[in-house]
Design a protein around this ligand. Structure first.
Ligand code: NAP
Length: 433
């Protein structure tokens, strides 16, 4: 690095990379003034050199020409995927380059080795754009809330699924038609499985939980259930009860971990019923939001655009300026800690409330038989409602707080009852209702 120039390489010039390059060039003088020196794009790595690109920069398809170039100070990784991104980031860190990335899939799987390498080499590894696009949430967790104890995070961190659930709720569309509409409007990929199955949200949940609870969490630690089974009937019932269904990434200190020295956490992604009055219920369409509860700060919500080239580039550039400031002043910035090393409980140990819909025979004794199964597994019922009659009778049962393993055992036994035709759905419930 020359005294006043930070040499940057960008790996990837797709949706996000192209915007990062454009904004670095367009806002050059502002960014230089804020960073304390010029941010100079040396090279940009792409796969296909034949694609016509508008940016006036040097493109290459030879990663080594970047990774082996000692003049490059900062590598911005915006290719996505696990390999070769992981190898390139490791090579960059090993040779003393700082790294900014938006790659949630990679960090949720291999974060620990990358953070350890950045530590060893005394360089920055930042990734604000990896969770909830433009929304500043990782820096607040890492820095602003580091003096507090975060107790729970609930996030709408996948715009595609939030768009689909919003349409189902507001127009009465079923899942397939809402998905089709999301694809037509560009809110869902041609292959939307990572979004629909909750895998994308699970990677983000792992990253959020790791920062909030000072513990290494990987995507494999996260229980994950997508939205494909949510029916238009579930949505109608939720609306009738003053509730709404959101795909939430939830990370919390377990309610039953009383001993502060043996605290455990649970990290899960699943469709969740929340009150229509909860701040997260107002997050519509493809917007994202992260609701944080901390011991002293209380409740906070971070809201904004969770994806898109330009919004995501804003978060990337925030990291780039932060790294540049550290480089120009000599040193590195704040990093996450993993000292707490909380035990990560399996979903079977988590506690929440549940809404269960049963199709039942409409005859005397049904309620008693159903209640007995709940009683047997010590799951306490808060309310029971019956809709319909005859062959269309449906029971909607809201439980009090129950342990997941007890609830699963209850549902298994309910399904065996002769008076129960079908367990139509089981959806977890969070917050005051
Ligand atoms: N898009 C969003 O809204 C968003 C939001 C938050 C986070 N992110 C994250 O940001 C990252 C980039 O996403 P994106 O949407 O910008 O992806 P994208 O549009 O698919 O762009 C990927 C870029 O990387 C290049 N590339 C891919 N594999 C390569 C390889 N093996 N060697 C060299 N170049 C390679 C591609 O080159 P070619 O152009 O030659 O094909 C392309 O320029 C991902 O980690 C994603 O999860 C994206």
């Amino acid at each position: 690095m020359s005294a006043n120039n930070l040499q940057i390489a960008v790996l990837g010039a797709g949706n996000v990379g192209a915007e990062v390059i454009r904004l670095l060039q367009q806002n050059h003088s502002d960014l230089a003034a804020r960073a304390g020196g010029n941010l100079v794009i040396s090279k940009v790595l792409v796969r296909d050199l034949k694609i016509k690109r508008s940016a006036k920069v040097e493109f290459t398809n030879d990663a080594n020409s970047i990774l082996n170039d000692p003049k490059i100070d900062l590598v911005i990784e915006l290719m996505g995927g696990i390999e070769p991104a992981r190898t390139y980031i490791k090579q960059a860190l090993s040779s003393g380059k700082s790294v900014v990335t938006a790659n949630k899939a990679l960090l949720a799987k291999h974060g620990a080795e990358l953070f350890a390498l950045a530590d060893e080499k005394n360089v920055d590894l930042y990734y604000e754009a990896a969770v909830a696009g433009a929304i500043p949430i990782l820096r607040p967790l890492r820095e602003s809330l580091v003096g507090d104890h975060v107790t729970k995070i609930m996030g709408i961190v996948n715009g595609t699924t939030n768009y689909i659930l919003t349409k189902m709720s507001e127009t009465g569309e079923d899942f397939q038609s809402a998905l089709h509409r999301a694809q037509e409007l560009g809110f869902a990929e041609a292959d939307p499985s990572a979004d629909i199955d909750g895998k994308d949200a699970a990677a983000k949940a792992a990253i959020l939980a790791g920062l909030a609870f000072h513990t290494r969490v990987t995507d494999e630690d996260v229980y994950c259930e997508g939205i494909a089974k949510i029916s238009d009937v579930d949505i109608k019932v939720a609306n009738a009860l003053g509730l709404t269904i959101k795909l939430l990434a939830i990370a919390q200190v377990n309610a039953n971990s009383k001993n502060l020295n043996h605290k455990s956490i649970c990290v899960r992604v699943h469709p969740t019923l929340i009150s229509q009055k909860h701040p997260l219920a107002s997050v519509r369409e493809a917007y994202n939001a992260v609701f944080v509860e901390a011991e002293s700060a209380g409740q906070m919500m971070f809201y904004g655009k969770g994806a898109g080239g330009q919004p995501t580039a804003s978060a990337v550039l925030g990291d780039v300026v932060a790294v540049a400031r550290h480089r120009f002043s000599g040193g590195i910035g704040p990093k996450e800690s993993d000292y707490a090393d909380f035990k990560i409980e399996p979903i079977s140990e988590s506690q929440t409330r549940y809404l269960i819909r049963l199709n039942v025979a409409d005859k005397p004794g049904v309620l008693a038989a159903v209640a007995q199964e709940f009683n047997k597994h010590q799951v306490s019922i808060q309310t029971v409602r019956q809709y319909g009659a005859g062959t269309n009778a449906e029971l909607t049962i809201m439980t009090h707080l129950a342990k997941e393993s007890d609830l699963s055992a209850t549902v298994k036994d309910l399904a065996k009852l002769s008076v129960v035709d079908d367990v139509a759905s089981v959806i977890r419930v969070e917050g005051e209702i």
